[in-house]
Design a protein around this ligand. Structure first.
Ligand code: MIG
Length: 792
């Protein structure tokens, strides 16, 4: 195919390798990230996921050895051979990833009549529809993660996935080939070493993780360029860091977006919306956000209001705002075909809609009936769409929820021969489909940012790699069934590993009728997921926290309140994530890569570094096994009992108990109770401290800013850096500060768990303390720098 290598030349950080039949451009992004690009379809790389990142200047060498070109960076040796076979080694000479040289050979699929249907995943091998395909050797025990929100389990080995953004109303099952999102990125973990591959191709792509043949795994596309990045670890954290360095990280959101959110298809009319809001306050259940689903619009015309249901949205929303409620409204892409409707008229006048081969705007059927699709590929359209956010925001809407942007229609996906402008290069639907939602989210984000100057809150259903820069995501139409609670854990963990830090699943389930027990268990998971939204569909039974009687309501309150205490912790994670790319919800293996027992844990997760959650995801269960990873000890959040890591324990978990473990050595910031974020000005931060019994030093950095503006990017924030030690019967806490934001805490309420205390010294003076359950509490000023706690 490629033929022999004829020549190569080095230009800056690129090496252009001329094969007999094709050209390969290898770009050294940094010492651990290499891009391979072969212009099979377009000359330019023109990535949708990668916007701007500065290549680190890094030293590398190119030589010709034997039959190949060898590129050596500080971390990698990349050997490229004829027919573009590439093998990658670490700098100790260990093989990391080799191309597969043999022929493809599929497993056998038989039919009763003894016909053998040789299939790769789902297509006949010999007339593969793939124009781009790369096969990599699979040896030993490899684990695969990532690939966005695909259903099934955490480890993707042995499965075949398709990336083609799809809105299929049938219930999600573990063998779904694809859902709403395209994130063509995965992580391979073998011999405790990890690397990642990001296949930047927007066409329908396929990932065969050793299903077709256990000797190789592959990624392929029906068209487009061969364009992929090899991202070296060796830690999974470094792989995620590398991937998000290329495609971007989730920016710090406004703090209220981490509050509890209540949704329903749909809270209309206005009186129902107000009733919901009232109930939260009446019932003492914290809530920040209420969602408006499609019925608030006038005949599903986007950017309009049904004036019968909402006579004065501005007035209503401002009343809600005074009580701490933010309203998020849904906006679908499809614009109703309706002369006289402003959005339609403007779109037609300016040629803003996707067109068919004759240049006529494509009309399809969606909620408003006949409707047209804005061509988000066109920058002018994005700008126009962005400007349209102004009115809805002026009416008091605080965030925008983008749905149906796979794009979906009631007739299934759009035909292949629908055209998009694609910033000047006309693209057909096959090329643009998977990035349609990405660009819609971008347009929405940019519009809100421009108009409010605050951190935009966008939720999108469809996305592509890199959408994390603009939007949060939810996992679409799940159902109120236990299997979907179970499956949401690996889905969210893999989304997180795929750069989508701010994610969640509809708590309680969208379709079908929830039960009291299911909602009780689901809210226990939701309390730890960044996007914490209860949502359900029309015609299903009520699903609000109080809809199932007192017991369920109490459990909802308990976990929603726990969530509100943890908001500073979650906010710290989001802040850190903006630079590290690490998500809030993480599989255990991310922090415990040396402990192979963590590699396939589907039903436990870490919330950041410090909190391990082992929820119940099965009806009727009130006891479960929990694995505590090796290398740390763990404290039962409810009983304060300490357990050594590296063991399986049995935890009793009656309906109101979700097993939660705190890593010893943790310092967890807590807020006092609030009905909504910002209800109180927090002058006193609670620090919940769990000293390590094993003489380990630990530290924690707490971040503080105004919670909404972009001023943190110019230094308007405070950092409180805590260092904790436990030595010779003295627990010491030392604090360092970095100030940039004028509103500092006045004090810290220090709670030390699991200690019997003789004396507390704060900055060398004896201080008072009180005994509380399993520990002590005392107050220090935020000017104090050190505490010594003498223990028995
Ligand atoms: O065709 O807007 O996933 O959350 O409530 C269904 C109505 C359209 C699908 C979304 C769901 C939303 C619903 N939407």
């Amino acid at each position: 195919m490629f033929g022999k290598i004829k020549s190569f030349v080095k230009e800056d950080n690129k090496i252009k390798i001329q094969f007999q039949n094709k050209t390969l451009i290898v770009e050294i992004i940094n010492s651990g990230i290499v891009n391979f690009f072969v212009p099979l379809f377009r000359v330019e790389r023109a990535s949708k996921a990668v916007e701007s990142f500065v290549n680190q200047k890094c030293y590398f060498q190119v030589t010709k050895e034997d039959e190949g070109v060898v590129i050596t960076t500080e971390k990698l040796k990349v050997k490229i051979f004829e027919n573009f076979k590439v093998d990658i080694y670490d700098n100790y000479g260990n093989v990391l990833c080799e191309d597969y040289r043999g022929d493809r050979c599929s497993f056998i699929r038989r039919h009763g009549n003894l016909d053998v249907l040789a299939l790769e995943g789902h297509k006949v091998v010999k007339d593969s529809k793939y124009k781009v395909m790369v096969l990599k050797k699979m040896e030993g025990n490899t684990f695969f993660y990532g690939l966005g929100e695909q259903t099934g389990h955490l480890n993707k080995k042995g499965y075949h996935y398709k990336m083609w953004n799809t809105d299929d109303p049938s219930p999600h099952v573990e063998c779904d080939e694809c859902l709403y999102k395209t994130i063509p990125f995965f992580i391979a973990l073998k011999n405790k070493q990890a690397f990642g591959i990001f296949f930047d191709n927007t066409f329908e792509t396929h990932f065969d993780m050793g299903k077709e043949n256990a000797d190789y795994f592959s990624f392929s596309a029906v068209d487009g360029n061969l364009d992929y990045y090899f991202i070296y670890g060796p830690s999974v954290k470094e792989v995620v860091g590398g991937y998000t360095k290329i495609t971007g990280t989730t920016p710090l959101p406004q703090m209220w977006t981490l509050g509890y959110q209540q949704s329903r298809f749909s809270y209309t009319p206005e009186s129902r919306l107000l009733e919901i809001a009232d109930n939260f306050r009446k019932k003492d259940i914290p809530c920040d956000v209420i969602h408006l689903d499609i019925d608030y619009m006038d005949g599903y015309r986007v950017f309009t209001w049904d004036k019968d249901k909402f006579p004065d949205p501005k007035e209503t929303l401002s009343g809600l705002k005074e009580r701490g409620f933010k309203v998020v409204a849904i906006i679908d892409p499809a614009v109703k075909k309706d002369k006289g409707y402003k959005i339609y008229d403007e779109g037609i006048k300016n040629n803003f809609f996707a067109i068919d081969k004759d240049g006529i705007p494509h009309v399809d059927k969606v909620w408003p009936g006949d409707a047209l699709y804005p061509d988000f590929a066109n920058e002018k359209v994005r700008k126009w769409w962005g400007e349209n956010q102004k009115d809805i925001i002026d009416n008091g809407v605080a965030g925008i929820w983008n749905d149906m942007n796979e794009p979906a229609s009631f007739n299934g996906p759009l035909p292949d021969d629908i055209y998009f402008y694609n910033d000047g290069i006309i693209s057909d639907h096959r090329e643009f489909h998977n990035v349609y939602g990405h660009y819609m989210a971008k347009a929405t984000y940019d519009g809100i940012k421009e108009y409010t100057k605050k951190r935009p809150f966008v939720i999108t259903r469809a996305c592509y790699a890199g959408t994390q820069k603009y939007s949060t995501v939810w996992t679409g139409d799940n159902q109120s069934i236990w299997e979907h609670l179970r499956m949401s854990l690996p889905m969210l963990m893999n989304l997180g590993l795929s750069g989508m830090s701010f994610c969640g699943a509809d708590v309680g389930g969208f379709s079908f009728d929830c039960t009291s027990e299911l909602l009780s268990r689901w809210v226990q998971v939701g309390a730890f997921t960044p996007l914490f939204r209860n949502h359900s569909r029309d015609y299903t039974r009520d699903q609000e926290p109080w809809a199932f009687g007192q017991l369920t309501e109490d459990i909802n309150r308990k976990y929603i309140k726990l969530r509100y205490r943890l908001i500073p912790y979650l906010y710290d994670l989001m802040w850190e994530g903006e630079s590290t790319g690490l998500a809030v919800i993480r599989p255990l293996l991310l922090s415990y890569q040396q402990d192979e027992n963590t590699y396939e844990i589907n039903d436990q997760f870490l919330c950041g570094e410090n909190i391990l959650v082992a929820p119940i995801v099965e009806q009727g269960r009130n006891v479960r096994m929990v694995y505590l990873p090796k290398g740390d000890s763990w404290i039962d959040y409810w009983t304060n009992e300490t357990f050594e890591g590296g063991q399986y324990i049995i935890k009793k978990a009656p309906l109101d108990i979700c097993p939660i473990y705190i890593k010893s050595g943790s310092i967890i910031p807590n807020y006092p109770s609030q009905n909504y974020v910002g209800e109180k000005e927090i002058k006193e931060l609670i620090l919940n401290i769990y000293p390590s019994s094993t003489n380990k030093e630990s530290s924690y950095v707490h971040y503080q800013d105004d919670g909404e503006s972009f001023e943190y990017r110019t230094g308007k924030y405070n950092l409180y850096k805590f260092r904790l030690q436990n030595e010779n019967d003295v627990v010491s806490l030392k604090i360092n500060y970095e100030y940039g934001y004028e509103k500092m805490y006045e004090s810290f309420r220090i709670r030390i768990n699991n200690v019997k205390v003789l004396e507390v010294m704060v900055d060398d003076k004896k201080a008072d303390f009180i005994e509380v359950d399993n520990g002590i509490e005392f107050l220090i000023s935020s000017k104090n720098k050190k505490c010594f706690i003498k223990i028995k």
